[in-house]
Design a binder for this molecule. Structure first.
Ligand SMILES: Cc1ncc(COP(=O)(O)O)c(C=O)c1O
Length: 405
């Protein structure tokens, strides 16, 4: 697989001042085909899909239906009716959390390294409805502690209703054994919701093989348009889920005092949709579907190994998670102790065009628990990154650390 060749598909990477873009865990760059599709919607068929029957409406309906089927194939869902278009992974996770009927004392388990999107909805439910959110502590190197998880399931007993965990952590790139987790959770009678924001862009994710119940993901991290995410759920579970956005599109019919809900996925897609985003999602999935995702995963690990080897011995810094890049995919997240992570991130861009993320990456809970208020500096690779960029990151970062020490 010639990953360098792919760079030609991305306008920002063709530019003379192309950056070494290493902030892919936040949002990825977009290829021409995705941008062209957004342009096509606005210039050729700027109508309303799913309702209007004129030419514009019909074309949009066809394109969005195709996009939904492409998503279904990408994650191997049983039917396209299980695919819900959302605004982002946060919206998807909220649809699950606030769509289920809870009883006081119901237990929800997460890990101790969740993005706020898979923590705050549960904390809100704890405050407002009295659910019992519990945290499964990871091993010291942030890898998953399956024994601690089994024990937590046992302790919760019949109160255990939901296990909701990120497949790959945005804090450290560490992947957790979802299939095993799902088996244990199901044996305890719980549902399994997976935050796939950091897995679906980088590896094959097969919802049937993993045997999970819900999957939330961010299309904007998959070469797709911003403002787009996805939710997959087993159809019978979606049928029982309350919509968090009732309105147009979500009912079959209504009277002044009654309504008949539409079937999924329409029930969850209230209001006029982001049609250009849905059409461009189809283009993004077409783009990724032509690439071997196992090769992408290996490529990212290669890039990460170069970054890791180039910085791991610097004084005063520490890589979050296992030192072995193979266990952190494309993410190299560095604790800075007293060094100013935002200043260093700014310097990397100004000096050499290296774009990384600094701060707490919406995983405040992990940093607060350990007293690392300064957060970390995170470099995250994707399919278009090169070994030269990884070396440039390591060199520039090393110089910056020396300058600020
Ligand atoms: C693991 C994880 N979960 C959830 C999210 C939230 O994604 P979104 O911005 O699509 O809501 C992110 C975003 O960085 C993430 O990395």
């Amino acid at each position: 697989m010639d990953f360098k060749k792919l760079r030609q598909d991305f306008p920002t990477l063709r530019a003379d001042d192309a950056p070494a873009y290493l902030d892919n865990a936040c949002v990825t760059l977009k290829p021409d085909s995705v941008i062209d599709m957004i342009h096509e919607y606005y210039t050729k068929t700027p109508g309303c899909g799913g309702r209007s029957v004129h030419r514009y409406g019909t074309k949009v309906s066809q394109s969005t239906t195709h996009a939904r089927s492409k998503l279904q194939k990408y994650i191997n869902a049983e039917t396209a009716k299980e695919m819900v278009f959302t605004r982002n992974a946060t919206h998807s996770l909220n649809q699950v959390a606030h769509g289920i009927s809870w009883s006081k004392g119901d237990v929800v388990l997460t890990t101790d390294r969740e993005h706020n999107s898979n923590l705050v909805p549960w904390l809100q439910l704890e405050q407002e409805q009295g659910i019992d959110h519990r945290v499964v502590t990871s091993n010291d190197d942030n890898t998953f502690d399956i024994e601690a998880f089994e024990e937590a399931c046992g302790n919760a007993g019949s109160k255990l209703k939901m296990v909701s965990m990120s497949h790959v952590g945005n804090l450290d790139g560490v992947k957790i054994p979802i299939k095993e987790i799902s088996k244990i959770a199901h044996d305890h009678g719980a549902l399994v919701c997976v935050d796939g924001a950091q897995s679906t862009p980088h590896m094959k994710v097969d919802v049937q093989e993993l045997d999970i119940d819900f999957l939330a993901f961010s299309i904007h991290k998959m070469c797709g348009p911003s403002g787009m995410g996805g939710l997959w759920g087993r159809y019978e579970l979606l049928e029982g889920l309350r919509t968090i956005q009732p309105g147009g599109q979500t009912v079959k019919t209504s009277t002044y005092d009654s309504l008949e809900w539409a079937n999924p996925p329409a029930r969850f897609e209230g209001g006029l949709g982001n049609f250009s985003g849905m059409m461009a999602t189809g283009a993004a999935i077409d783009y990724l579907s032509r690439i071997d995702m196992d090769a992408v995963n290996q490529h990212e690990i290669r890039i990460n190994s170069i970054m890791t080897d180039g910085i791991k011995d610097l004084p005063g810094i520490e890589i979050i998670g296992p030192l072995d890049a193979k266990q952190r995919g494309g993410i190299c997240s560095i604790l800075m102790n007293d060094l100013p992570s935002h200043d260093i991130a700014l310097l990397l861009d100004e000096a050499e065009g290296v774009m990384v993320r600094s701060g707490q990456h919406c995983v405040h809970s992990w940093f607060n628990d350990r007293g690392h208020q300064n957060g970390s500096l995170r470099a995250s690779a994707y399919l278009y990154n090169t070994e030269e960029e990884a070396k440039l990151f390591a060199e520039t970062f090393s110089e910056a650390v020396q300058a600020f020490s």
